[in-house]
Design a protein around this ligand. Structure first.
Ligand SMILES: [Zn+2]
Length: 118
């Protein structure tokens, strides 16, 4: 299956850029991000048939602290992504994700985006 997502997209962080924090995943986290793309993100994008944007993927400990993430967040392991269709279709995205493998699936920021973790 073609990949709709890139490692760069999953490690990009506006907070890291703004604060000059390193957000480079190690090899283990990169493997988790690749697995997340293969098992969850690409199948979800394929099934949904519309663009899915990544608000936040991998977070280094410093970045996770800066954004107020919980200390044991799956984002730290490269196992989570915050997703937004930016077209008001997050309900459909949530439904598609609910039928794919995941350990966490929840609405964040009062339903502004969907958090999924594998
Ligand atoms: Zn999240």
């Amino acid at each position: 299956m073609k990949s709709y997502f890139t490692l760069a997209e999953l490690t990009r962080s506006a907070t890291a850029d703004r604060l000059g924090l390193d957000n480079t995943p190690d090899a283990a986290c990169r493997r988790q991000l690749e697995r997340l793309m293969r098992v969850v993100l690409n199948p979800a994008r394929e099934a949904l048939g519309m663009p899915v944007y990544v608000n936040s993927g991998y977070r280094s400990p410093a970045v996770n602290r800066a954004v107020g993430g919980v200390p044991n967040s799956y984002h730290l392991q490269g196992r989570a992504a915050d997703l937004d269709t930016r077209c008001g279709c997050n309900r459909q995205l949530f439904d598609v994700l609910s039928r794919l493998p995941h350990t966490e699936l929840l609405w964040e920021q009062c339903g502004r985006w969907v958090h999924v973790a594998l």
